[in-house]
Design a protein around this ligand. Structure first.
Ligand code: G3I
Ligand code: 9MR
Ligand code: ZN
Length: 553
């Protein structure tokens, strides 16, 4: 069942930071291990192999720990067990995670729609201009006739563009920009805008923001849910895909997410381009006025595909968290009492935090914004309540990770579609709370989640194309399948193990008794475990960039 396991010494295949924890894992008893310096093949450190978790519920393995945190020098290494088994090579260096953040951000560039991906920037993954034709309002849509909604990123392995997941993906880039400005990835990405005086990350984010602006109904301020074909188009290059694209109904979740991200964009871009920043703020305010005029969820019950449409539905019957997020971001952008009041009246409507952020649940983004608010009128008492709730949440996540064979902060049921992003979305909250409290176990648990994504897992693979020795090769990603290039498009993270087996390939390989973390196949047909998505790359960028900056206990 364990795929691509040339070895059963599981390491972070990209590498480790010299000053922080360094752990590897194996699935069998051995007496000791050594760390081998690859420049001279000498052992530079040795330690005991310790049983960590017998019959680990998530992986089904007996997991043994190899802790070499005590070794703090840089270089290229591998691990060798006393029984002779060896890991793949890895690096120890301060900048080891810059490669992760850079590649994952460049991965978003490869998702760009509505333009040519030039060979100069895209290499063998270049392609012609795609989806430049206007979209037409679906018969159920408020907009009739054509609309220019060119640009933005393709959502995932398909070519749809969906507002709510797009806003969520952007939130992580703009949070980096706002809270960790030294983390701005500068002009090293080789994208068309590199060298324009604006950090590449903000150029890349703006490409998506510009598209989002086109999705707002000019009259009402409401925002259309998505622009897609009626059916998924299959494995065809984007510039060869000419099926008509439709604009779907205005939705209040999309509108609120749009308001939030535009208010945040105003704050981030005002120092770079004040005209663009003001445009974002007006768009956010217009969207808010739509929400005020429509206090109940739109459409009724949340967006659903019309009968003739099969593309992503992103079902969400609760727009309370999205509205709260919009209020928090607008308060931070404008200082207006109205938004502060809205936030304070609603943040306790339900349990303060129910899980990590995701496309469906954006409340943690609202909480973090309010917690870190620079507005003097932000309510201290509310901030204490939020801080305590997030602290409790993080303490729970540490407990979950401590029980897991690979220190993954996922309970069994959380290995659902996109589980890799769930682990990283938790890491993001742990990172913020480490910054707030200085609790070193939050930092460590966040780092464990990145280690898991990069090779400390039962599959002995990184889940990111082009990173590490064993990376996914058959992602569910139309360009990667249709381009005739053997390698997949690099820098894209697979959704990961999915115990609910929502596709036929997973159902063929696994069953209800399979340990949840094993329910993953590197097969192009397994869209429920091996597709990629922009909002899964986003937390990888955030977490990778964070750990690249020398912060820590
Ligand atoms: O949150 C619940 C959890 O409480 C429950 O215990 C668990 C098990 O039932 O399910 C969790 O919900 C899952 C949800 O994703 C969470 O985000 C659903 O089961 C699962 O079916 C749902 O999958 C979504 C999938 O579309 C199918 O609708 C993915 O999140 C979403 O990322 C994915 O998005 C697709 C687009 O539709 C089309 N484009 C590609 C994109 C990526 O695959
Ligand atoms: O390619 C589609 C992918 O983006 C979606 O996440 C997935 C689930 O909605 O569906 C994929 O399309 C499949 C379709 O649902 C069923 N026929 C096979 C398609 C894969 O080529
Ligand atoms: Zn396109």
């Amino acid at each position: 069942i364990v795929s691509s396991a040339q070895s059963t010494v599981f390491v972070n295949q990209v590498g480790y930071l010299p000053d922080h924890l360094k752990m590897a894992y194996t699935d069998h008893a051995a007496e000791s291990f050594s760390l081998i310096d690859l420049t001279n093949n000498r052992a530079v450190f040795s330690g005991e192999v310790v049983l960590l978790k017998e019959n680990d519920p998530s992986s089904g393995l007996d997991v043994y720990l190899l802790d070499f945190s005590g070794f703090q020098s840089t270089g290229r290494f591998k691990i060798r067990l006393n029984d002779g088994e060896e890991s793949v090579p890895f690096e120890i260096s301060d900048s080891v995670f810059s490669r992760v953040a850079d590649r994952a951000l460049k991965g978003l560039y490869y998702q760009r729609c509505g333009m040519t991906l030039e060979e100069a920037f895209a290499g063998v993954f270049n392609h012609g201009t795609c989806h430049s034709a206007d979209a037409i309002g679906h018969s159920t849509c408020e907009h009739s006739g054509y609309l220019n909604v060119r640009g933005g990123w393709h959502d995932a392995g398909d070519y749809g563009k969906y507002v709510a997941p797009a806003a969520h993906a952007l939130s992580y880039l703009l949070m980096l920009a706002e809270y960790f400005p030294s983390f701005l990835i500068s002009d090293r990405l080789d994208i068309p805008e590199s060298g324009n005086g604006i950090p590449d990350m903000l150029d890349e984010a703006r490409y998506e923001l510009q598209w989002l602006l086109t999705m707002q109904d000019a009259n009402s301020g409401g925002v259309f849910f998505k622009v897609t074909t009626k059916n998924f188009v299959g494995y065809v290059m984007p510039h060869k895909s000419f099926d008509a694209r439709y604009l779907y109904q205005i939705s209040s979740t999309a509108t609120a997410d749009f308001a939030a991200i535009m208010a945040r964009a105003y704050r981030v871009y005002k120092d770079y381009d004040s005209t663009f920043a003001s445009q974002c703020l007006s768009a956010a305010q217009h969207a808010w006025s739509y929400l005020e005029a429509h206090p109940a969820i739109v459409p009724d019950g949340g967006f659903q595909n019309p009968a003739d449409t099969k593309t992503g539905e992103y079902g969400d019957a609760d727009d309370g968290d999205e509205r709260l997020w919009a209020a928090a971001e607008l308060f931070e952008a404008t200082a207006a009492t109205e938004f502060n009041d809205y936030f304070l009246n609603h943040y306790q409507d339900e349990e303060i935090i129910q899980g990590p952020a995701g496309w469906q649940y954006v409340k943690p983004l609202a909480l973090i914004t309010y917690l870190k608010s620079a507005q003097p009128t932000a309510d201290e008492n509310a901030r204490n309540i939020i801080q305590n709730a997030l602290d409790d949440y993080c303490r729970n996540q540490v407990a979950i990770a401590d029980e897991d064979g690979f220190h993954v902060a996922l309970e069994g049921w959380e290995y659902y579609w996109g589980s890799n992003s769930v682990a990283l979305n938790k890491a993001l909250i742990l990172i913020f709370m480490f910054e707030e409290t200085g609790k070193k176990e939050y930092f460590a648990t966040a780092l464990h989640q990145l280690n898991y994504i990069l090779g400390c897992n039962a599959h002995n693979m990184t889940f990111v194309t082009g990173l590490g020795t064993n990376a996914p090769r058959h992602i569910h990603h139309s360009p990667s399948i249709a381009d005739g290039v053997q390698e997949p498009v690099p820098g894209l993270m697979a959704g990961g193990p999915n115990k609910y087996l929502n596709d036929l390939v997973l159902q063929l390989h696994f069953n209800a008794n399979t340990p949840p973390a094993l329910c993953y196949v590197d097969d192009q047909e397994s869209y429920a475990s091996n597709e990629v998505a922009v909002y899964w790359n986003a937390p990888l960028i955030f977490v990778g960039a964070y750990f690249n900056q020398g912060r820590g206990p």
